[in-house]
Design a protein around this ligand. Structure first.
Ligand code: ADP
Length: 484
């Protein structure tokens, strides 16, 4: 049966994206709509959103609405648009005081307010539209207060009587804590929040979501297990364990309309598993574009990533220079973030000119080129809730080298030369020895063309489509709303 779903997220691709959350939000909204559900997506109208490609129109009865949070009154208006490439309705919360900033996320002192306001505004929109959601699906700390707000500020409204809340954790490492002295910013009182936090002077929106949501999900089955341990729980493992019966792990999907080497709109040449010459040509073009020495037989490793501790760059400080010194291999890296990682790759590029290139920044287009043109894709993550790039890599015949954690463990299986089964190179230990072993193994296998072709083909045959994964969310929604 079609469901009414209110979906609230801080970023939704292709409108605003810093990472996987946006890809997931955009694709999930698109495929739930295609499956016949009435899904309405709420997100901020950031100044960064390119409105030229969007047909945006104002919602007449949602103009210049007042939202009082503590002593502040914010005024917002709402515009609707169709999500590009899909027919899903998206509601953009226009509040320049909060969303016209230099970047999507900031370190400004009112960062928490920006997303608490989004959450309030989304629920207020439901009220004014007379939209009675059966599911309120919130994502990460930014919208983690939605379940608590439904049970307090909005509980008087019969519109939400049937509403069940789902919090999806895309990354437990970001919890959005702020000082309990700023409690008024939430529209709630201190007594409404978890005592363990407030007594220490903090409010933790992600923890509040975990405590109050009717159901919890995270973005891979392995990560769902991992976050209940002290190694991966970021201090929330105990509350997560208390809710273990309500916690599901659903692997993210890939939007193959966006990520498929047969028709990728960012690529100058296309290919598939039977016609791999196109991939070789793309590698040549990528090396040329990047200024790498044009050696077709030299294995090319790609990386596309936010540069944070999570992504395992610390393992590479000693390993990559050693591997580059010892073996004939090239490296192309796209990303930005922490200065020490950016500095490391800048230096590596100077040290190995023509074999290493570092593109500092963010480029959707170049990320597709690297996924398509590289031979190998490196993701040595410390932790990885799901990870998307390894799944993109598989589809592009770019063999992933990953650590056995979270969604990486659920989507890449270590190749076994004896059976010919497996899709990549998987290492266990988060240490330099582990990643060195993985890189050496990958390069040794690359030197054996028949074996390599087998790994490439195994990967390209995988199906991680959203069309499939979305059914898991439908089943979960149905369970939550008592329809199954
Ligand atoms: P996370 O959400 O932790 O950053 P994921 O692998 O789930 O990691 O998703 C990352 C997404 O962001 C992928 O689509 C990836 O291609 C993209 N991405 C990350 N950094 C960049 C960049 N510098 N340029 C372009 N795309 C990037």
């Amino acid at each position: 049966m079609p469901l009414r779903i209110c979906f609230i997220a801080s970023e939704v691709a292709p409108l605003a994206k810093t990472g996987g959350l946006a890809d997931v939000a955009g694709a999930l909204a698109k495929y739930l709509h295609l499956a016949g559900h009435d899904i309405r997506v709420f997100m901020p109208l950031y100044a960064q959103i390119d409105r030229s490609s969007l047909e945006v129109w104002p919602v007449e009865f949602l103009q210049d609405v007042s939202l009082r949070l503590g002593t502040q009154v914010y005024r917002f208006s709402v515009h609707t648009a169709r999500l590009p490439g899909a027919a899903t309705m998206i509601y953009l919360i226009d509040c320049p005081a909060l969303y016209a900033r230099a970047s999507i996320y900031t370190n400004d002192p009112d960062e928490h307010v920006r997303f608490i306001a989004l959450t309030h505004a989304a629920l207020m929109c439901c009220q004014r539209m007379g939209f009675a959601p059966q599911v309120v699906h919130c994502n990460d700390w930014h919208t983690g207060l939605a379940p608590l707000l439904l049970g307090t500020v909005f509980s008087w409204d019969r519109l939400f009587l049937q509403a069940k809340s789902l919090l999806t954790i895309h990354n437990l490492g970001y919890q959005g804590q702020f000082s309990a002295a700023q409690v008024a910013d939430t529209g709630l009182g201190l007594q409404d929040f978890d005592y363990a936090e407030t007594s220490q002077g903090r409010i933790n929106p992600l923890k509040e979501g975990i405590l109050h949501a009717d159901h919890l999900s995270t973005v891979s089955p392995t990560y769902a297990r991992e976050i209940q341990t002290s190694q991966y729980g970021w201090g929330l493992e105990d509350v997560l364990r208390q809710r273990t019966a309500d916690l599901s792990g659903i692997l993210n999907g890939v939007d193959y309309e966006e990520w498929d080497p047969r028709h990728d709109r960012h690529l100058p040449v296309h290919f598939d598993a039977r016609q791999l010459q196109g991939k070789a040509e793309l590698k040549r073009l990528l090396m040329q574009r990047a200024g790498l020495e044009p050696v077709a037989t030299r294995p090319l490793i790609g990386m596309v990533s936010r540069m944070t501790l999570q992504k395992g760059f610390d393992l590479l400080f000693d390993t990559l220079p050693a591997v580059l010194a010892a073996r004939d291999v090239a490296l192309t890296v796209l990303g930005n973030g922490d200065a020490r990682y950016e500095g490391f790759f800048t230096e590596l590029q100077h040290r190995f000119p023509g074999r290493v290139v570092f593109h500092r920044g963010y480029s959707e287009e170049l990320s597709h080129w690297i996924e398509g043109g590289a031979d190998l894709f490196l993701m040595p993550s410390l932790y990885e809730p799901c990870g998307l790039n390894q799944m993109y890599s598989l589809r592009y015949g770019t063999v992933p080298i990953v650590r056995h954690t979270g969604g990486l463990a659920d989507s890449v299986s270590h190749f076994d030369p004896a059976t010919g089964k497996g899709t990549g190179i998987v290492f266990n230990d988060f240490d330099a020895g582990g990643v060195r072993w993985a890189l050496d193994t990958a390069l040794d296998w690359y030197a054996q063309p028949t074996l390599w072709r087998r790994i490439v083909h195994n990967g390209m045959a995988q199906d991680f489509s959203w069309r499939r994964q979305v059914a898991e969310y439908e089943t979960l929604y149905q369970r939550m709303t008592g329809q199954s």
